[in-house]
Design a protein around this ligand. Structure first.
Ligand SMILES: NC(=O)c1ccc[n+]([C@@H]2O[C@H](COP(=O)([O-])OP(=O)(O)OC[C@H]3O[C@@H](n4cnc5c(N)ncnc54)[C@H](O)[C@@H]3O)[C@@H](O)[C@H]2O)c1
Length: 255
């Protein structure tokens, strides 16, 4: 007996959907029946993933998640193309090279805070009226395990993700009355282009081994792990879950 997908008839905007965890989330969402708009600053990557997923299922939207005008256009494009909007995954984000906190350049600090935090403000402005009017909607925000468990050398990144987690909980409390849920996912280090920054600027087997030593389940995360968690939180299976930070970390935060 075949079952309908977990996200059948749902439409999602996925930021940073052209690479890494965002691509993994997009693949899982389409596999579970959703239509997705990939909100990407990198046009080539967004188009590549959209092409792979098929034009009936996915479209690439070139834009910058730190700009409210781009959010408004993304929402309009999504509704025009797919007839609605049910889910927003705030995934696009950046990290600084792991290094002593006082050595991180101011420009890096500002870049991290702007790209990791401001999209929550803009997505709230652009999407809330639509979600409120239809009486339902889901935000899934990609935070980091460094938010609840910050460690040395990625402190400003952890601070930005702490803001993502706090805003997620605040919006969850504020929007619950409107039928809108808001949850965060906290991944441990994952196998994407970001890993080299997490390791201080260069990816290496030795560097990965040090990180893996601190993860009880003995591996780093991958895009499927995060896609599965995002799908669950976006789906009806999580209809009574709001305001949580879900660790997807192989037990890292226990150590
Ligand atoms: N990879 C990890 O180790 C890890 C661990 C914990 C949390 N995270 C978080 O997961 C999310 C995804 O990370 P990733 O590893 O897939 O990163 P990635 O660098 O592989 O991909 C990020 C994507 O976001 C897009 N992007 C960046 N700035 C943008 C902007 N202003 N507007 C639109 N798109 C933009 C990029 O073009 C890219 O396609 C981030 O929020 C990151 O902080 C990653």
């Amino acid at each position: 007996m075949s079952h309908p997908g977990r996200l059948e008839k749902k439409v999602a905007i996925i930021t940073g959907g052209g690479l890494g965890l965002g691509e993994g989330i997009a693949r899982k969402f389409v596999h579970e029946g959703a239509k997705v708009l990939l909100f990407e600053i990198n046009k080539t990557n967004g188009q590549k993933v959209a092409e792979f997923l098929g034009k009936d299922n996915a479209t690439a939207f070139e834009g910058d998640v730190t700009k409210l005008d781009d959010w408004n256009s993304a929402v309009k494009n999504c509704i025009d193309q797919f007839g609605g909007l049910d889910i927003v995954v705030n995934n696009a984000g950046v990290v600084h090279n792991a290094q002593a906190s006082y050595e991180v350049p101011e420009s890096e600090y500002e870049r991290i805070m702007k790209i990791n935090v401001s999209p929550l403000y803009h997505s709230s402005k652009a999407v809330y009226p639509h979600f409120k009017q239809q009486g339902h909607g889901v935000f899934v925000n990609i935070s980091s395990i460094s938010a609840p468990r910050p460690r040395p050398n990625l402190v400003w990144y952890a601070g930005s993700k702490g803001a993502v987690s706090a805003v997620t909980k605040g919006l969850a409390a504020e929007y619950a009355k409107d039928g809108i849920r808001c949850n965060a996912i906290c991944p441990v280090a994952a196998d994407t282009g970001m890993i080299s920054s997490v390791l201080g600027g260069t990816d290496s087997e030795e560097g990965r081994a040090v990180v893996i030593k601190g993860i009880p389940m003995g591996r780093i995360a991958n895009a499927q792990d995060i896609g599965n968690a995002a799908c669950f939180l976006a789906s009806e299976e999580a209809s009574f879950i709001t305001g949580i930070e879900l660790p997807v970390d192989g037990g890292r935060a226990l150590m």
